[in-house]
Design a protein around this ligand. Structure first.
Ligand SMILES: [Zn+2]
Length: 93
């Protein structure tokens, strides 16, 4: 979990868990943000909820999958990294 200083973004890094994946990566999921004078605004499904309820989450690169309960450490997804850098976010991990 990491928060951007300017926007207070809530982002999570989550590994794919599908057995069929040839290339496994840790993807970046934007869950929402907290405006300076307001409450947390959810933009997508929560990773923790996805693990518990088997609801899919969407990564910055567009990948949609159900996060596993025991995420492994994989290299950061290059597409997620590109998107995050282009948006000026601080990267998790
Ligand atoms: Zn990705």
């Amino acid at each position: 979990m990491a928060a951007n200083a300017e926007h207070d973004l809530l982002i999570e890094s989550v590994a794919t868990t599908e057995d069929g994946d040839h290339e496994r990566f840790t993807h970046i999921v934007l869950e929402g943000f907290t405006p300076k004078d307001g409450d947390f605004v959810a933009l997508g499904n929560s990773v923790v909820e996805g693990m518990i309820n088997a609801t899919p989450v969407t990564a910055l690169c567009g990948k949609v999958w159900v996060p596993g309960r025991d995420p492994q450490k994989y290299p950061l997804c290059p597409t997620c990294r590109e998107v995050a850098v282009s948006l000026g976010w601080s990267l998790p991990g």
